[in-house]
Write a protein that binds this ligand. Sequence first.
Ligand SMILES: Nc1ncnc2c1ncn2[C@@H]1O[C@H](COP(=O)(O)OP(=O)(O)OP(=O)(O)O)[C@@H](O)[C@H]1O
Ligand SMILES: [Mg+2]
Length: 232
Amino acid sequence: MLLSLQNIEAGYGKKKILNSISMDIEAGQVVALLGHNGAGKSTTLKSIMGDLKTTAGSISLNGKPMDRLSTTQRVKQGVRMLPEGRGVFADLSVGENIDVVAAANCTHATSLFTRDDVLSIFPVLAERLESRSGDLSGGQQQMLAFSLAILGNPALLLLDEPSVGLAPNLVERLLQQVRTVCKEKQVGAILVEQNVGAALEVSDYIVVLNAGEIVFRGTPEDARGTDFWEYF
Ligand SMILES: Nc1ncnc2c1ncn2[C@@H]1O[C@H](COP(=O)(O)OP(=O)(O)OP(=O)(O)O)[C@@H](O)[C@H]1O
Ligand SMILES: [Mg+2]
């Protein structure tokens, strides 16, 4: 198993948010993590990234507990997060953004994704290499943020609403790229998504959170015939 969460709990100060969350992800799988605003989706990703300390339960990557690892150590193990909002250095050019992150992440002799790889996945970025990243369109910034997340050797991608603010056709294209990357390179992903329909199209299974608890889990097929839609 690539990632295993067992009964994790986490919160802010004395306020407990996540209540006994368990889920497993295999290499190559895309799991959609859905739910209302405030359900605990970002809190779950932050707990896996080590941004937030869990107060109970355990998190393991490839069978090894990660609970005591710092965020930096988790990144070295291949855990990568695309945070809510656009995770790019706005004042650097597109090329500089890629080079800075590649220098940090492409440290192994072999990388799953190099500078050339991300530019061939998103040719539009190759055309804008000299542009200030903050001047790109929202869609292009999200493509750049996703590119930065996969540079080097990612094992697990934590994607917090990568499609927010994008035009519908771009949402589909970006999420299809997420799926392709995961399937071709056997990377796992947790995809937090407001666009439930688009998430159903690209995910292998779905987890719905409500008030810090899992209220639904199943395949997109399972979701179509049930009370799944009541959660939105
Ligand atoms: N830094 C923080 N300090 C205190 N409470 C927080 C903090 N961040 C989030 N919360 C609270 O934790 C709960 C879960 O928030 P979280 O951000 O995980 O939700 P979410 O499912 O990602 O929602 P959204 O769809 O709005 O992004 C909410 O009640 C929120 O107010
Ligand atoms: Mg959130």
